[in-house]
Design a protein around this ligand. Structure first.
Ligand code: SF4
Length: 374
């Protein structure tokens, strides 16, 4: 398959691995964060850490949309269904994120709540059109990749005068989270980032330049195929060896410096920055998420219904917060793979295939040697 097979070629992977082994200086500790859950999944699935020397450590970042959604945000959605009788629409993984009182949207649905799994924002609009007597709320989550389709839906609803459609907006921003990771006091020590693939097709490579210029952290944007990730690791090692810190783009087949200007303009038309937003693991991060602009307040579920956000602590045994900050590995959680499994997730990192715990569990990566951080 064009653009897939050539990026999964075993022979080429071994060549890149040989270059990494040759060029990685064994006296240097290379601590590289793959920000994005898509990379975490690829690294676990293809066993890429097995190809790396002991001095190169991959550390998971917080770039998994459902993982960073705090308990209080799911509670808010459940309250909307319970207190206002809305039809709540959302994407599949979001339905399994644990909420308070041993609930999730899935469990609320099993108990009779009208929660519907959708594949696109267009499905949510259709449900609203088909049920004019009911209020329909789309629980919108995700990074810059999923924000444009939400913006399209809001714009369409406004154009149609759809009065029974609104969104509970939880769209978050990648660069703000990267800043937060680097600013954590006594946080994880990093030497560079494997930059996101899909997010970067929208925002471009430019927003990562402050990490290179101000923090002296190299960033290499990489595609999601195994060879993309291996090549990005090699590019990061070269920068670190040469004491360089710049933004490089391995994913040139899809990412430009400026990104998708049309999508950016659409998002800016519909959304504006929130003053602050609470992330699971990172706490409250200023200017790290989006809300609807005042002119679209009719489509904002938080304005339309009184459902305040209330912060709720994670399950006592759950280490998702430290995992999302790159400070711990999934297998360091005491209930990993025993009480907490993909069938019965206790924390959000076990829900989605992009979550660090789920990726480790599904591909047996917990059997890896102690040096590996993935
Ligand atoms: S194993 Fe489960 S409870 Fe532990 S950190 Fe991962 S998701 Fe949270």
């Amino acid at each position: 398959m064009k653009y897939v097979d050539e990026f999964r070629d075993g022979e080429l992977a071994r060549n890149i691995a040989a270059n990494i082994k040759r060029e990685a200086d064994s006296s240097i500790d290379y601590r590289l964060m793959e920000f994005c859950g898509g990379h975490t999944h690829a690294i676990s699935r293809y066993g890429l850490t097995d190809l790396l020397p002991a001095s190169v450590r991959l550390i998971h970042g917080p770039g998994c949309p459902v993982c960073v959604l705090p308990v209080g945000r799911v509670d808010q959605a459940i309250n909307l269904v319970r207190d206002y009788g809305v039809i709540l629409c959302t994407y599949a993984d979001t339905m399994r994120v644990p909420a308070s009182n041993n609930l999730s949207l899935m469990r609320a649905k099993a108990a009779g709540a009208d929660v519907r799994m959708i594949y696109s924002t267009q499905d949510a609009l259709k449900i609203a059109r088909d049920n004019p007597q009911r209020q329909v709320v789309f629980l919108a989550i995700g990074f810059e990749t999923t924000t444009p389709p939400t913006a399209v839906a809001v714009k369409q609803a406004a154009a149609e005068g759809l009065k029974n459609f609104s969104i509970l907006c939880n769209h978050v921003l990648t660069p703000a989270a990267m800043h937060a990771i680097l600013d954590v006091k006594n946080g994880v020590s990093l030497d560079g980032f494997v930059g996101p693939a899909h997010v970067s097709t929208v925002i471009g490579s430019k927003p990562y330049e402050p990490f290179a210029n101000n923090y002296r952290k190299p960033v290499v944007i990489a595609g999601f195929e195994p060879l993309d990730v291996m090549q990005a690791i090699l590019m990061l090692i070269r920068q670190i060896n040469e004491n360089r810190a710049v933004v490089e783009n391995e994913f040139t087949r899809a990412v430009t410096r400026e990104g998708n200007l049309k999508a950016q303009a659409l998002v800016a038309e519909i959304f504006e920055l929130r003053d602050t937003f609470e992330w699971r693991g990172l706490g409250s991060v200023p200017h790290s998420a989006l809300k609807l602009r005042a002119e679209f307040a009719d489509f904002d579920a938080e304005t339309k219904f009184s459902v305040d956000y209330v912060a709720v602590p994670d399950h006592k045994a759950c280490e998702c917060a430290t995992i999302l900050r790159g400070e711990k590995r999934p297998q360091e959680c005491k209930i990993f793979g025993t009480v907490c499994t993909p069938e019965n997730p206790v924390g959000s990192c076990m829900v989605s295939s992009e979550g660090a715990c789920a990726a480790h569990y599904s591909y047996g990566r917990f059997r890896e040697t102690a040096h590996s951080h993935t």
